[in-house]
Design a protein around this ligand. Structure first.
Ligand code: FNR
Ligand code: 8K6
Length: 347
């Protein structure tokens, strides 16, 4: 089969990908109790090194970023050394890997870091309980002060620098799926009245400050961002959110990031206020490298690339079920279907 999926792609003059298939970021909750990546994780990622680019599971930038058990970090030297084993293993197999940098904001839980509060844009609580920790309910967050915000930006930048020290080829800022940065970008979670709330420009400020701090530190060509204009996870959508993303995407258009990546579980989902699918909305408002994701088969993903709906295809759950996803697709072999029990082991 001649497929667009197996064409090479240059993200910029520094980074070229061997094919257009990305491994999507996939939280696996398998780091050790110091949030250090393990040998088993190095093996897991190395098995998938024939992807054009691996995006690591979301990796927390500091202790109070944690909202799920055993998610890896990038803020201690032990964690950096653990990630170094992962990146070495991926590079030894000819692959490339970006770290996804994460702060869960109001979806954090003090249980994980022996704290007494969670930081978020505003005191707007997320309903429900922590997945896999059903006895823990989310708490009302403490609005971040301007000092807190400056410290968060510094900590994102330091984590990006730590990622480069750990051997990553770049980083993806997790600004999607209802976590901290996304919480600033939506009206439901951001009710601030200072320079970080109330208008599209103000609501985009934190995201852009994090992006710019990281791009200054490690280079824009190694910096990517994942965005969820249509909120559906940990968050309620508000039609006014569109104005925020119109503004943010126009700002990103002026930068030279490695790529913008859609954060969604299902690309077919439509949002009236975005005029349909999130990927089509972003494509219409951002002309540079775009990564699509969410429910694609090799056939539908190849077709989306042919239709120029986006430039690169990220694959999530099928990569959990098929470590040899790329080779199977190349050979036209049948894929093993994903099922949730597969999350219990790291194959
Ligand atoms: C995810 N997803 C996700 N997204 C993200 O930005 N950071 C993350 O750490 C995770 N973790 C994660 C864990 C698990 C178990 C699943 C199933 C999903 C979302 C993921 O990257 C992707 O967008 C979706 O899985 C949709 O793509 P597929 O699975 O339909 O190809
Ligand atoms: C996004 C990171 C979440 C990490 C949590 C642990 C893994 C949970 C996996 C659940 C996958 C299915 C969730 C579907 C939600 C779609 C909402 C419409």
């Amino acid at each position: 089969m001649t497929s667009k999926l197996f064409e090479t792609y240059a993200l910029n003059d520094q980074i070229s990908l061997q094919n257009r298939i990305l491994m999507a970021p996939l939280t696996r909750c398998m780091a050790d109790d110091n949030l250090v990546p393990t040998e088993a994780m190095a093996d897991y990622y190395a098995r998938r090194a024939d992807a054009g680019l691996i995006i690591s599971e979301a990796t927390i930038i500091r202790p109070d970023a944690q909202g799920y058990p055993n998610t890896p970090g990038l803020f201690t030297s032990e964690q950096i050394d653990g990630w170094r084993k992962v990146t070495d293993a991926v590079h030894a197999r000819g692959g490339k890997i970006f770290a996804q940098l994460w702060h869960t904001g109001r979806v954090a839980h003090p249980h994980f870091y022996n704290g007494d509060k969670v930081l978020a844009p505003s005191a707007e609580k997320v309903e429900g309980t922590v997945p896999r920790m059903r006895d823990l309910s989310y708490i009302t967050p403490t609005p971040a002060t301007l000092d807190d915000i400056n410290q968060l930006i510094a900590d994102y930048s330091q984590a990006a620098s730590n990622a480069i020290d750990a051997g990553f080829d770049g980083i993806e800022i997790h600004a999607a799926n209802g976590y901290l940065i996304d919480q600033f970008l939506h009206y439901e979670s951001n009710t601030r009245t200072d320079e970080y709330g109330g208008t599209p420009e103000n609501m985009s400020r934190f995201a852009l400050q994090v992006i710019d701090a990281i791009a200054d530190r490690i280079g824009a060509e190694r910096t990517a961002v994942r965005l969820t204009p249509g909120a559906y996870f940990n968050m309620q959508a508000d039609p006014r959110d569109r104005t925020v993303f119109d503004y943010l995407l126009a700002q990103l258009e002026q930068r030279t990031l490695a790529f913008v990546h859609i954060g969604t579980f299902d690309d077919a989902m439509e949002f009236d206020f975005l005029g349909g699918r999130v990927s089509d909305y972003v494509r219409a408002n951002y002309s540079k490298t775009l990564v699509g994701v969410g429910g694609f088969t090799p056939q539908s993903g190849d077709q989306a690339l042919r239709d120029d709906r986006f430039d690169l295809l990220a694959i999530g759950r099928p990569f959990i079920a098929n470590p040899d996803y790329v080779e199977k697709v190349r050979q036209g072999e049948t894929l093993t279907p994903y099922s949730e029990e597969m999350l219990e082991t790291l194959v």
